[in-house]
Design a protein around this ligand. Sequence first.
Ligand code: NDP
Length: 333
Amino acid sequence: NRRFVLAKRPDGKPDRETFERREEDVPEPEPGEALIRTLYLSVDPYMRGRMNAGESYAEPWAVGGPLRGGVVGEVVDANGSGFETGDIVTGNLEWADYATAPGSDLQPVDPDLAPISTALGVLGMPGRTAYFGTREVARPQPGDTFVVTGAAGAVGSVAGQLASMAGARVVGFAGSEEKVAFLEDDLGFDVGIDYSTTDDYRAALEDAAPDGVDAYFDNVGGEITDAVFTQLNVDARVAICGQISLYNAEELPTGPRKLPTLIEKRARVEGFLVGDFAPRFEEATRNLGRWVSAGDLEYRETVTEGLENAPEAFLGLFEGENIGKQLVKVGER
Ligand code: NDP
């Protein structure tokens, strides 16, 4: 059984040395625990926070301890867990070929409803983050201008489409020409801005959103967010979902930020965690599933083959190598 542990805490940017791969026996499930064979593993930006010693909203990983994340797998030994052998389940499991978990920590995945990988993407945690962040925090109204950063990623791509469905004009920031084409041609965004070739984010935004910004869904932070703040309209809503441009910073940059506009515009800036909406997860999954089935919600996945390449897949999130949800395919169904 191949499994990854945290080799050391990264200073700044993590690299291959942050991870250690071990070969161990397949774990024996305790009574009530299932043994699961990993099919897909999710790598997510929040995992960077778990590599630090300090408190973040997710508990720090121990050095030498296992890495964990969203997994979709097949129950190979049900062992009184409440599942049956052959069931497809999802849960927060180790980065490994095989892992054990109590039945109460696993949720069933219906392979007839949608491809099973979507339980980690559009119909999983990232989809739900977009759902609640857009509808409950940024709250785009018909005719509003909605801006999203990290727009071609797992969360951003869904957030922008939900804002379109709400009747907003949607502008997305993403890091390549290919991603901008994805936003405009496949997802129906009104305008995509390739920030990697743009020096003046504010001027680009003035062109893309001449009526200003009513709702902003931020996955990135930093200078792009500074530029968006200068363009907010009165009563704008800002949903702070993520700040990936700062996750590898050894020291958070300080300096003049565009906060005076918030006063003038009576804007509301609100951070949120998807977990706060746990009592409504079923509603989100049901609606997202319905929209995907109806063809109203598009999604894309970038699939890296092989558990051994999970570290590269994770590191690639910080280089913008993914379009849509980044997954690692670990086993064949
Ligand atoms: P993505 O699929 O969006 O992948 C990350 C993307 O971020 C990359 O593809 C890259 O795209 C972009 N990026 C990376 N580094 C930078 C940078 N320095 N500046 C600008 N863009 C950068 O990941 P997710 O959809 O899973 O997550 C998106 C955000 O949502 C993250 O910040 C994450 O932490 C947050 N999040 C928050 C949750 C919550 O409960 N609040 C829950 C889930 C996620 P590009 O090529 O465009 O640069």
